[in-house]
Design a protein around this ligand. Sequence first.
Ligand code: CUA
Length: 167
Amino acid sequence: MHLHKYERIWLIFGISSLVLFLVVLGVGAFYKGTQPPSHLATVDPTKVEEHEAFREENLGLRKVGENDYIVSVIASAFNYNFGKDDEGNTIRKIEIPVGSNVLFQATTTDVIHGFQLAGTNVNMMVEPGYINSLKTTFKKTGTYTLICNEYCGTGHHLMAFEVEVID
Ligand code: CUA
């Protein structure tokens, strides 16, 4: 069968574009360890504080191994609850040593909130009735800002928290 020169060029162009598109999509989806929220666990949104992970004493940063930490957070309009310190004051900032592996787990007592730790792969939705979690490893020191990226009401822009990664 004879193919006209231009027909061949356009065929090659078309197929190449499709392959390029699929490669960009495939690589882009997993670049930087981005992953869809998986292993969803459920929780009664009206009894969140009765769940092991979100009991008062388990909120915030917890060391669970040499280099491993768990951060448990209850989101609600319009704040992130990281628990209280030893003096009973609300925790406004956490400090994590550089190189740590951290599992973030969060839920919400009201509406859907966002949970994005800018500059890391931690970017998930927090939904009532579910425990959403993501792992990250902090390779660089600095201040990371946790923000809500799902519109949740009039105080949406106030939902933020600071994570300090220290030496
Ligand atoms: Cu919470 Cu927007």
